[in-house]
Design a binder for this molecule. Structure first.
Ligand code: SF4
Length: 292
């Protein structure tokens, strides 16, 4: 069983309990303009070019034999490059390929190397993306393989998937992290490109079917999109009936902006910034409403 993975991040402390290895799968059905991982959105591998790293030597143009061209001050790939080819073409590592086909067994071999850290911290494997459920068979295979080796499993999902795929993954999960970004479906459609009826319905069905699955619902707080109490209270009122669900707000950040540029795309949110005081007030509001 193989799938397309664009990153494996060891020693993560923010994607589930304890110390974790996060495996990022490529492909997502949503197009959130605040996405910090634009390289995750398309399913197929992509080549990025970093203006900050490029030293302008022109080696890629000379030795690439039609692999890349210069266009408007950028180096642009003319065909799909492999990671090894990008490395060979560019001495400055300005060319980078996001996305590589990997086998489930190979990935779990890498994850297993940090077993000692998981055991001491209740950590393990987290699948992220993108949306892991755009590769449902690969996701299920990774989780099954990890569980078979007694590795704690978690998955971050946006919930827009076939329910049976979500259910198949949940059978091998020790923790679920479920993003609910905007409660109103029309506004969700405007902002992310898809309505959220299926996301909410999948959540409801899953919580009914797996009432003991530890679940963290999360909302990224985006200035001008959902940074107000009405939005947060609608989401909390939806999740609060489920005792296995906790809730967290994530602050918007712009750390993904250089990656948009490297992929030749404009950063969709411009100079927007999150007011730290406003975010803290929303956190306090959420904590109080969850505790009611
Ligand atoms: S080889 Fe790398 S550093 Fe040199 S011009 Fe090409 S992209 Fe830039």
């Amino acid at each position: 069983m193989t799938g397309i993975v664009f990153n494996i991040q060891r020693f993560s402390l923010h994607d589930g309990t304890g110390i974790r290895t996060v495996v990022f799968l490529k492909g997502c059905p949503l197009r959130c303009p605040w996405c910090a991982n634009p390289e995750s959105q398309r399913r197929e591998p992509e080549t990025a070019w970093s203006a900050a790293k490029c030293i302008g030597c022109g080696d890629c143009l000379r030795t690439g034999a039609g692999a890349v061209k210069r266009e408007g001050g950028r180096v642009v790939p003319l065909r799909r490059l492999s990671g090894a080819e990008a490395e060979r073409l560019c001495p400055a590592q300005a060319l980078q390929v996001f996305g590589e086909e990997r086998s489930a067994a190979d990935i779990i071999d890498i994850v297993e190397r940090d077993m000692i850290f998981y055991e001491n911290s209740e950590g393990g494997l987290t699948l992220s993306g993108g949306e892991p459920l755009t590769q449902p068979a690969f996701t299920a295979a990774l989780l099954r393989e990890a569980q078979g080796r007694h590795i704690h499993t978690a998955m971050e999902t946006g919930g827009l998937a076939d329910y049976q795929d979500l259910r198949a993954a949940a059978r091998h999960l020790d923790q679920l992290i479920y993003d609910i970004k905007i409660f109103d479906s029309r506004r969700h459609q405007e902002q992310t490109g898809a309505g959220n009826q299926a996301i909410l319905e999948n959540f409801r069905r899953l919580m009914d079917e797996f009432p003991r699955l530890p679940t963290l619902a999360r909302t990224p707080v985006i200035p001008g999109v959902n940074d107000h109490e009405k939005e947060i209270s609608d989401i909390i009122d939806f999740i609060r009936p489920y005792p296995n669900v906790s809730y967290e707000l994530l602050p918007y950040h712009r750390l993904g902006a250089p990656k948009y540029e490297a992929l030749g795309r404009a950063y969709p949110l411009g100079k927007r910034a999150l007011d730290a005081g406003r975010f803290r007030r929303l956190q306090i509001f959420a904590e109080r409403r969850m505790a009611r």
